[in-house]
Write a protein that binds this ligand. Structure first.
Ligand code: MG
Length: 376
């Protein structure tokens, strides 16, 4: 590992002091705790873009998180960063996602507007800091500062002030570790590419649509000139693996030369450096943005996806309103949370407990709850 990597023995530590693990590093322990958590298992039944019941081969939040971890870990190794921390952040980065993907998040954000809205990054941190109930000595998973810092990708200033040390960088406008910066971009590489794959599989986008985008077209031409008769799944996979390869190589090379130029000697200098050092080249940033734009127009805003979003909105909003109108509809342990939250959240206790309950639901659990409450 290089000097600018996050070193577990120099960690800023955990909120609750614990003896060091015997055979693992502190970051390995974080990764292991994430994998053993309930929220991690729930990712299997949470929507990425396509709802789980639409087909068995689409990405879910779980397979998405594994792909992010794979991409991030390869680059971490190439750059001499801490692989265990990178993997821990990648596996945890979407733990706070609501059911039904972004549609669910938007609905919950809208419902909770008066009380500061809902943001999945912030919720991911809540999951690892509070909402897991498995350990006798503390709430949450009691992860290291560096893992928590990486999970909190964005944050409103108001929230940052309430979060203490982990929110401080949004106030000071400094940066997170290189491992956190890397995982953030690996997330983008993973979803852009698997959304091409899932989009084509669903038939909502076509190869001819994607050929308008330079990044796709170049990979397409490279594959077809080598294998002129290739088609179907093999063609798509050969194109996508080339796009991922180009993005990964560009990100690694650009970041490597940024690091060489910056001469940062430790993680503190990384945090204080004027820019983020893990970056694509300008050319690749533009190419990647073009791909994103096309996916947004053709896939995320496709009327079939929109209809799913509409339904998600109806379910999430319906559940929120019903629980807010009458907390006795909540399961007993969540009614108890309303009381427990009183001290910390004052008048917001009810909405906080309702939001935590809904955000934790898988797609199918949310649908079942909706049916149980509204169908006669
Ligand atoms: Mg993600």
């Amino acid at each position: 590992m290089k000097c600018y990597a996050a070193h577990p023995e120099l960690s800023k530590g955990r909120q609750f002091n614990e003896p060091s693990p015997t055979y693992r590093s502190e970051f390995q322990r974080d990764r292991d705790r994430i994998i053993h958590s309930t929220s991690f298992r729930r990712l299997e039944y949470k929507t990425q873009v396509f709802v789980n019941h639409e087909g068995d081969l689409y990405r879910t939040r779980l397979t998405h998180s594994l792909e992010v971890a794979q991409i991030a870990r390869s680059i971490a190794r190439a750059l001499g960063l801490n692989e265990d921390l990178t993997e821990a952040i990648a596996l945890a980065h979407d733990l706070g996602h609501t059911p039904f993907g972004h549609a669910g998040q938007d609905a919950l954000n809208h419902c909770n507007k008066a009380l500061g809205g809902f943001e999945h990054n912030h919720q991911s941190l809540r999951v690892v800091d509070w909402l897991e109930h498995s350990y006798a000595d503390f709430h949450g998973l009691n992860l290291c500062f560096e893992t928590r810092e990486g999970i909190l990708k964005h944050c409103h200033l108001k929230q940052a002030r309430e979060l203490g040390e982990v929110g401080q960088r949004f106030i000071d406008q400094t940066h997170a570790s290189l491992e956190a910066q890397l995982t953030n971009i690996a997330d983008e590489i993973a979803y852009n590419n698997h959304d091409i794959d899932d989009g084509l599989r669903s038939g909502l986008i076509k190869i001819k649509d994607l050929r308008e985008v330079a990044l796709f077209e170049e990979a397409y031409v490279a594959v077809i000139s080598r294998y002129p008769t290739l088609d179907g799944r093999r063609l798509i996979h050969e194109i996508i693996r080339r796009i991922i390869g180009r993005l990964v190589v560009d990100l690694t090379k650009t970041s490597e030369s940024n690091l060489l130029l910056a001469q940062v000697k430790n993680i503190e200098e990384v945090r204080q450096y004027p820019q983020e050092l893990i970056q694509f080249s300008t050319e690749m940033r533009i190419a990647s943005r073009e791909l994103k734009k096309l996916l947004r127009e053709k896939l995320y805003f496709h009327h079939k996806v929109y209809r799913m979003s509409h339904k998600a909105n109806m379910i999430v909003t319906g559940l929120y309103q019903a629980f807010m109108d009458d907390v006795r509809l909540l399961p007993p342990e969540h009614q108890q949370l309303v009381k427990d939250y009183q001290q910390h959240y004052g008048e917001q206790n009810k909405s906080r407990a309702v939001v935590d309950y809904i955000a934790g639901m898988t797609d199918r659990y949310a649908r079942q709850e909706y049916q149980r409450l509204f169908e006669v």
